[in-house]
Design a protein around this ligand. Structure first.
Ligand code: HEM
Length: 247
């Protein structure tokens, strides 16, 4: 059976197949809830980054283990003065509000992604995508900025990055966030014990936040290289933009 990738490859010269390819693409629309939660999550992500930065400005020192304060030696410090901008009460409020929006959006995204088989059909790499040849051609395409504008689904690098963010980085972010909450750890002490202490959880949370910001920078750069308006329209309306050949 032809899939949308095969149909695309032929669409430049067989009009009937091109029509079939469009139909196949429309069938691969990103589900509404996946798109909706992507954007509510993005909103919450900006709230988390801004408020997280405000919290760090109040205490830019990081420790390992259970305790850490101005009187104990830090694991490392950011080159910033302590308490810049005050104790940042607003930063904490905004951080908690944004975190709950992120958790709810994330949960809804995962539930809808599973229910609509979006993860299985669009994000789970096929066996053949792990072959050396497939990797080589995908990396070469990226290095030459080749074929980035094609609409034939996510490539292996995209799939692994998205799966890593959704199923590894973000759950760890939530768990390390919960581990810093005294009200949660007083009921579920294992939440902080698995990290080896409150301060370790805070330091890991900080590194994960950096990783996610790095992901966002690469993600938005790749979207811009692939055609900012068309990819954005696709992620808003769900309808892939018209196919372009840029070989
Ligand atoms: C201004 C910020 C953002 C823009 C412009 C943006 C844009 C997009 C676009 C256009 C797609 C579809 C990709 C394609 O068609 O090739 C996408 C998918 C995705 N984005 Fe973003 N994004 C943003 C922020 C974020 C953030 C903050 C995260 C998570 C930390 C994120 C995670 C994802 C994931 C996991 C997917 C795959 C969704 C799926 O199909 O299940 N994005 N994004």
């Amino acid at each position: 059976m032809l899939n949308s990738r095969h149909l695309m490859a032929h669409s430049t010269y067989i009009p009937e197949v091109a029509h079939e390819a469009n139909q196949a693409q429309i069938a691969h629309r990103v589900p509404l809830l996946v798109r909706l939660t992507h954007w509510t999550f993005t909103l919450s992500f900006f709230g988390l980054v801004v408020s997280g930065f405000a919290i760090i400005l109040a205490h830019p020192h990081f420790y390992w283990g259970e305790t850490g304060n101005i009187l104990t030696p830090p694991l490392f410090s950011l080159p910033l003065p302590t308490m810049l901008g005050g104790p940042s009460g607003w930063g904490r409020s905004l951080h908690f509000q944004s975190a709950w929006l992120a958790v709810l959006s994330g949960l809804l995204y995962v539930i809808s992604g599973v229910a609509s088989r979006h993860f299985r059909n669009e994000l789970l790499p096929a066996k053949q995508e792990f072959s050396l040849g497939a990797w080589r051609s995908c990396v070469a395409d990226h290095l030459r900025l080749n074929r980035l504008t094609q609409n034939d689904g996510y490539n292996i690098l995209q799939k692994l990055a998205y799966l890593g963010v959704v199923f590894v980085a973000f759950p760890l972010m939530i768990l390390s966030g919960f581990a810093m909450s005294p009200s949660i750890t007083s009921v579920l002490p294992w939440m902080v014990e698995v990290f080896g202490g409150h301060q370790t959880a805070r330091t890991i949370h900080f590194f994960l936040a950096n990783l996610l910001v790095l992901f966002l920078l690469v993600h938005v750069t790749m979207v811009a290289l692939a055609g900012f308006t068309s990819r954005l329209t696709a992620m808003i309306t769900g309808r892939p933009a018209a196919h372009k050949e840029i070989q």
